[in-house]
Design a protein around this ligand. Structure first.
Ligand SMILES: Nc1nc2c(ncn2[C@@H]2O[C@H](COP(=O)(O)OP(=O)(O)O)[C@@H](O)[C@H]2O)c(=O)[nH]1
Ligand SMILES: [Mg+2]
Length: 364
């Protein structure tokens, strides 16, 4: 029997990893292949997991820390996925503030420390609008440590997926490819739009027909990497939303207003957003929105077709602000909306924190 192929799809927060995994998974499934997905986050209550499950995929989570620091949990989830689903392919999304994946995940797996998997080349998804700001350094609202992390993620790639191709103007993709190929030598660069599907088959061909050959050990300063992680506050929130006296409410309007209010509070505080995600679920419908920078518009990934009277809400927010600021901001936004939209909002889960110092179990 052939080993399951494991493809790790990394890249910075908001780059489009989950969307790209959805596109890869959908294409593999259409070819009659079985796919399992493993998601990852520093906290729990993950929008990505719910969104991928909504598309009919079997998803397991590694929570409470990145794959490398939670290697035993990753190994256990990979085994569980293999035994439950007998997948031909497992697609794994490491948390977007993580790097050094070859040394801390891929080499240990290759060395037999987690199941029997054939490793695909490491893909790193890159958001070209984030890259545009990185190329014009002065316009990046992130501290230098985050730019360092962003760059190290790209440097480590075996394949750079230059995603969101559909958003680029004429000639810009070529300029970016040139910049990337001069800066990160010898790395395959593929223009892709995970959203429209353009370039996805080429990417699939590139990673699934080849094995990871990377022997490289990323030259990385862990203190700077840790400082990058520690400059982002994380907030995961769960809540139940009800229309007052059982009245139906507009879930799309509520979601848009909450995203806009949060974005405004962060912008006013000078806090760049790495990724803000919202997922609203009623008995029969869902709504999903995302925002990947204070410089960018809110993206509506999925609308609700119906007006619910009751919903559960998940918000995942990663931004350059203290955990306390994020907690206060979301409380302020929810209180304001409860009032203006006549809603009863009760919080069911809440965690806000700075990620800890990365301490991989293995580094090979
Ligand atoms: N226009 C466009 N948007 C995209 C593309 N890929 C992802 N996005 C959007 O970017 C946002 C972040 O994507 P997501 O997959 O959640 O990023 P992740 O944090 O890297 O997993 C979402 O609103 C996506 O719809 C793309 O190819 N084109
Ligand atoms: Mg994701």
């Amino acid at each position: 029997m052939q080993n399951t192929k494991l493809a790790i799809v990394g890249g910075f927060l908001g780059a489009g990893k989950t969307t790209a995994i959805l596109a890869l998974g959908t294409s593999l499934r259409a070819k009659g292949l079985r796919v399992g997905i493993v998601t990852n986050d520093q906290g729990g209550e993950l929008v990505d997991t719910r969104y991928l499950e909504e598309h009919g995929f079997s998803v397991l989570e590694v929570t409470g820390g990145c794959f490398c620091c939670n290697f035993d949990q990753l190994s256990q989830k990979l085994d569980q996925m293999s035994q439950q689903e007998f997948p031909d392919y497992i697609l794994a999304e490491p948390v977007g503030s993580c790097t050094d994946l070859i040394s801390t995940i891929m080499k240990p797996i290759h060395g037999g420390r987690a199941g029997q998997f054939e490793l695909a080349p490491l893909s790193v998804v890159c958001d070209p609008l984030r890259l545009r700001r990185f190329m014009q350094e002065k316009q990046s609202a992130f501290p230098n440590e985050i730019n360092y992390l962003f760059s190290k993620q790209l440097e480590e790639a075996e394949v750079i997926v230059l995603n969101k191709y559909d958003l680029l103007q004429d000639g810009e993709a070529e300029r970016m490819e040139k910049f990337l190929s001069e800066r990160y030598k010898g790395i395959v660069i593929l223009p892709v739009s995970a959203k429209t599907g353009a370039g996805v088959e080429e990417w699939l061909g590139c990673i699934l027909s080849a094995e990871s050959r990377s022997e490289k050990t990323l030259d990385i300063e862990y203190d700077t990497y840790a400082a990058a992680e520690a400059s982002l506050g994380w907030l995961n929130l769960g809540a139940e939303i009800r229309g007052r006296d059982g009245a139906a409410f507009d879930g799309n309007a509520f979601s848009r207003a909450l995203m806009a209010d949060l974005r405004e509070r962060l912008e006013a505080n000078g806090s760049e957003i790495a990724h803000l995600k919202l997922y609203l679920v009623s008995a029969s419908d869902t709504c999903k929105l995302s925002c990947v920078s204070i410089y960018e518009e809110i993206i509506e990934d999925k609308h609700m077709a119906t007006s619910p009277s009751q919903c559960s809400l998940i918000v995942n927010l990663r931004a350059c602000a203290s955990p306390e600021f994020l907690s206060t901001a979301i409380r302020g936004s929810l209180d304001a909306l409860a009032h203006t939209m006549a809603l009863e909002i009760s919080q069911t889960a809440h965690e806000s924190f700075y990620p800890g110092y990365p301490k991989p179990k293995y580094r090979m």
